[in-house]
Design a protein around this ligand. Sequence first.
Ligand code: 5GP
Ligand code: ZN
Length: 111
Amino acid sequence: MCLFCEISKGTIPSRIEYEDDSVVAFHDIAPQAPVHILIIPKKHIESAAALTPDDRDLVFHMFETATNLASKMGIADSGYRLITNIGADAGQSVPHLHLHLIGGKRLNWNN
Ligand code: 5GP
Ligand code: ZN
């Protein structure tokens, strides 16, 4: 099973910041900034490129979760970045859709 499916099922432990029926958000194991949380769907989707119209509500919910977590982590006003990598050139290392929520410091473009 894929790493993030294992994390979403709890068989691999992670520092979970938020969870509901369709998404899990947990702290990145190698944070690139003071706040670095990964937001994933519980459903296995390989990347944003594999989304279908059936995932419309799920995609909104991932962004909604990011907004709520930014507030919870105290970075809603200072700003933050949402990133999703697709494929090798982007450096996608886990083939399960995830949004990186990164903030808490001034970010460079190639952070
Ligand atoms: P990608 O490079 O695919 O966009 O992002 C994958 C992210 O997952 C990386 O930032 C990496 O640090 C994080 N990561 C990889 N393995 C684990 C793990 O076992 N636990 C957690 N919490 N994060 C992980
Ligand atoms: Zn998966």
